[in-house]
Design a protein around this ligand. Structure first.
Ligand code: V3L
Length: 104
């Protein structure tokens, strides 16, 4: 069972950037820059979002992060310069993979 909406965070340095001529087109058309959060974290985000909370604290690979729904950014709690855009989108939009596991 997949929830209709999932949460995504922005990646960097994707494989599609190796071909500089088409990278912008691919990124724009297929939106390949996004990773889906793992199922547990995506569910935590969805619950907090639906409760109208301003943010949600996340534990990811031993690090605490804040997902801020106002700015739609994920920030590492002890180093807020480590920031990534986040988005809520339909579960079946194109993505790089889930939580760092590539689809291809
Ligand atoms: N879920 C899983 N891993 C995360 C998350 C998250 N929400 N946030 C950060 N990391 P930072 P490309 C990402 C990982 O923001 O090729 C991807 O999942 C993050 O992993 O500076 O650049 C890929 O595994 C990074 O390894 O705190 O798109 C990897 O980057 C590390 O935490 C490469 O993706 C530091 O991120």
């Amino acid at each position: 069972f997949e929830e209709e909406y999932q949460w995504f965070y922005e990646g960097r340095n994707g494989w599609w950037k190796y071909d500089s001529r088409t990278s912008q087109d691919l990124e724009a058309i297929y939106n390949l820059g996004w990773w889906q959060y793992d199922q547990r974290t995506s569910h935590e985000l969805e619950t907090a979002y639906k409760q109208g909370k301003r943010n949600c604290e996340l534990l990811i690979a031993g690090f605490l992060y804040i997902a801020d729904f106002g700015s739609m950014l994920q920030l590492r709690r002890n180093d807020p310069s480590r920031r990534r855009k986040i988005k809520r989108d339909l579960y079946n939009v194109p993505k790089k993979g889930v939580a760092g596991l590539r689809l291809i």
